[in-house]
Design a protein around this ligand. Structure first.
Ligand code: THG
Length: 367
């Protein structure tokens, strides 16, 4: 592929100079910003993520900030997940749907106060939707993108690295909870979360000089732990069944098709956008669903378009992300398959760019 031309529209992040110094080899574009995809190689990065600890520039996970008396009301209008039991200090994975029940994004909501929320978004221009809802309903709330830049610490040695920089308090943070902790006198949200199954944290870093100071401090403190710059790893996230908005699902899919029905509570009281549409799909059930699909044979190439899933020569679904897994010694992939073929163990075929392959549908992902 040809190179990307940098410009003001293709935003760098507060950590980009650190990422470049660490030898980034490839980027993708996410929320109009640079997201690293490779440091040493996808496979080397994968093994290292599972053995040591990595620092990820995930500042592309932009925050939509809701602030004001109607912030909580707006947040609940945006998602079918019931937020009434959510406490301060919690983070929730929340599907965001439109009026037809189509997925607009799958962010992490961070509750900072009853009237103060961050929505940590995946790759879609959700800010416009949120501003539109806030203004259309004349809600008393400010909606903006603050200068907050997530930095993820992921891997089995994450607790040790984080404790070295933020103190032992980090060890007591539970999954999808956060604490306010200080670095050089600057308070920041530190949550136990992240886009891998290897464990770790996400630090919501304010912009300014403190950002690169923190980046450097993490690498200094992590020398003995073999810390390395990393990024969301294609192989590991497929093994873990972590979905990628825009790749594995779009606004053509309902949360139920994405296996996110467990994050939808469409009962009578919930006044969220898309509720009536979701009530219907919850009652009738989806006719296609996300599945792990094992593609038999030699390592497959990059999946940059849908690969048809076939049964008896007829299309019964599509694969949207795929990679060879060194640990499972097979090709792992994420697909969407029709209900006639979604049972565990169903044999199908996948039409890849280098030929039709035998494949097996699985109900569970690898990790
Ligand atoms: N962290 C933060 N913001 C994000 C992401 C993140 N924004 C973009 C993108 N990732 C949003 N998508 C996801 C997808 C999966 C998860 C989080 C965000 C995730 N899922 C866990 C799982 O499926 O095992 C846990 C879900 C749960 O049980 O609540 O973590 O990674 N800040």
């Amino acid at each position: 592929m040809a190179l990307l031309s940098p410009s003001r529209r293709l935003r760098r992040t507060v950590f980009s100079e650190g990422v470049e110094a660490a030898g980034v080899k490839a980027y993708t574009v996410y929320n109009h910003m640079l997201l690293p995809t490779v440091f040493r190689s996808v496979q080397e990065d994968y093994h290292h993520l599972k053995e040591a600890v990595q620092v990820w520039d995930v500042a592309v996970e932009r925050q939509i900030e809701l602030r004001g008396p109607d912030a909580g009301r707006l947040m609940q209008m945006l998602t079918p997940r019931d937020l009434r039991g959510m406490q301060l200090g919690q983070c929730f994975y929340v599907p965001i749907v439109d009026e037809t029940g189509g997925m607009l994004n799958d962010p992490v909501a961070v509750k900072l106060g009853e009237d103060h929320w961050w929505v940590s978004i995946a790759d879609s221009d959700l800010l416009f939707w949120v501003k539109g809802i806030a203004n259309g309903w004349r809600l008393d709330v400010l909606v903006d993108e603050p200068d907050i830049n997530p930095l993820a610490i992921q891997g089995p040695k994450s607790d040790d690295l984080m404790a070295a920089v933020f103190g032992d308090a980090v060890r007591n943070i539970r999954f999808f909870r956060y604490q306010w902790l200080e670095f050089e006198g600057v308070p920041m949200v530190v949550a136990r979360s992240g886009y891998s199954k290897q464990g770790g944290f996400e630090i919501y870093v304010p912009g300014g000089p403190v950002a690169m100071k923190l980046w450097n401090a993490l690498f200094e403190a992590g020398k003995s732990m073999d810390v390395h710059a990393g990024c969301p790893n294609l192989i590991e996230r497929i093994e873990g069944g972590l979905l990628s908005y825009g790749n594995d699902m779009t606004d053509d899919n309902t949360p139920h098709e994405c296996g996110l029905g467990k994050f939808c509570d469409t009962h009578d009281a919930l006044a969220c956008i898309g509720r009536d549409a979701l009530l219907r799909v919850a009652k009738e059930g989806p006719v296609q669903q996300i599945r792990a699909i094992e593609i038999i044979g030699a390592p497959v190439g990059l999946c940059d378009r849908w690969w048809p899933v076939l049964a008896n020569g007829k299309r019964v679904g599509r694969v949207s992300s795929a990679a060879y897994s060194p640990d499972f010694k097979t090709n792992v992939s994420v697909g969407m398959v029709r209900m006639t073929h979604w049972d565990d163990g169903t044999q199908v075929q996948v039409d890849t760019p280098d030929g039709i392959r035998d494949a097996i549908v699985h109900e569970k992902f690898w990790i």
